[in-house]
Design a protein around this ligand. Structure first.
Ligand SMILES: [Zn+2]
Length: 320
């Protein structure tokens, strides 16, 4: 693409130096009102990569929405040195309005990629994003939180073997970088397979709650990534000497018994094999307390903040 050709995204065209918004029609409410997804586009005069920053694929995961809202509000991308930034603060509008991870038919947008324009609502949203935006991008950052009371320590996940994504994850420099295979039909897995697009999944905090640390790490990481790609001037408040904790595998510790749950060690800390990390109590105080021990040495990257757990519930996510 030459320097002066327009970048066509959804229903808009952007020449070098142009910014604006485009709308993707995502569907319709039962009342007949249309539902649209808004993308904010910032194109520099100088050529460079096109990076998509995406949040709200799961409608109840608010930290990512807040991270991108702050970027837009503080005009972070209005003076790019090169390239293009596309910001979608809220993909799953339905879920957002209903405090829900999914769309109204119960389907998960992040298990519906690449999607089809004649499929379920989740599949249509995925197809609209794939065709109109993902296909034109060189890198995407997809912002998430833990679901249903599960807290995730700020981390980037990338697909093992994707060197572009690995380099971008290290430039983002979050507290934790985890190489993990993405689930089938997820945005990360599908976009890499069908479009060759590298996607970073940022996880921080839990659904329906703000987490200040996760929001700050997400904001700083985005600035570090764009600085690394020569798209932003030196982000003085976002540089850090810290190196991320690098993990190549993870597994869940699950509740062997139902009851009242309290963690004694939480996300963000290393853990030794056999170390006590939580307790499950019998609500009647009759059965003995169930101590939860770490099955191996690692780093806690997620924990459950729910007071009540069922047998088999995920309690701790430990990375190795
Ligand atoms: Zn999510």
């Amino acid at each position: 693409m030459s320097d002066i050709s327009p970048l066509a995204l959804a229903n808009g065209e952007f020449y070098p130096g142009q910014s604006g918004t485009v709308e993707l029609v995502a569907g319709q409410l039962p009342s007949g009102n249309p539902v649209s997804i808004r993308a904010h586009v910032f194109r520099s005069f100088r050529p460079g990569p096109t990076i998509l920053l995406l949040a709200g694929v799961h409608g109840d995961e608010i930290n990512g929405v807040e991270i991108l809202r702050r970027c837009l509000r503080t005009r972070t991308f209005e003076h790019l040195i090169s390239g293009t930034v596309v910001v979608v603060p809220l993909l799953n509008v339905y879920g957002f309005n209903n405090f829900s991870r999914d769309v109204p038919d119960g389907k998960d947008v992040n298990r519906s990629f690449p999607g089809t324009s004649s499929g379920s609502l989740a599949s249509r949203i995925a197809a609209g994003l794939s065709k109109n935006l993902l296909a034109h991008c060189d890198l995407a950052v997809d912002l998430h939180t833990g679901g249903r009371g599960l807290f995730n320590y700020p981390q980037i996940r990338y697909s093992p073997g994707d060197e572009t994504a690995e380099a971008a994850a290290l430039a983002f420099n979050p507290p934790v970088v985890l190489a993990s295979k993405a689930p089938s039909k997820s945005l990360r897995r599908s976009a890499h397979k069908s479009l060759g697009l590298s996607v970073l999944t940022y996880e921080g905090g839990e659904n329906l709650r703000y987490d200040g640390h996760s929001i700050q790490e997400g904001l700083a990481g985005i600035k570090r990534l764009l600085y690394d790609r020569d798209m932003l001037k030196r982000p003085c408040n976002a540089l850090t000497d810290r190196s991320p904790v690098r993990l190549v595998a993870s597994s869940w510790v699950r509740a062997s018994r139902a009851g009242l749950f309290q963690w004694s060690k939480r996300s963000g800390y290393p853990v030794r094999k056999g170390e006590p990390i939580g307790m499950i109590f019998d609500p009647h105080g009759v059965k003995p307390n169930k101590r939860i021990l770490s099955p191996r040495e690692g780093f806690i990257i997620g924990h459950n903040n729910s007071a009540l757990v069922s047998q088999g519930d995920a309690l701790f996510h430990i990375g190795y």
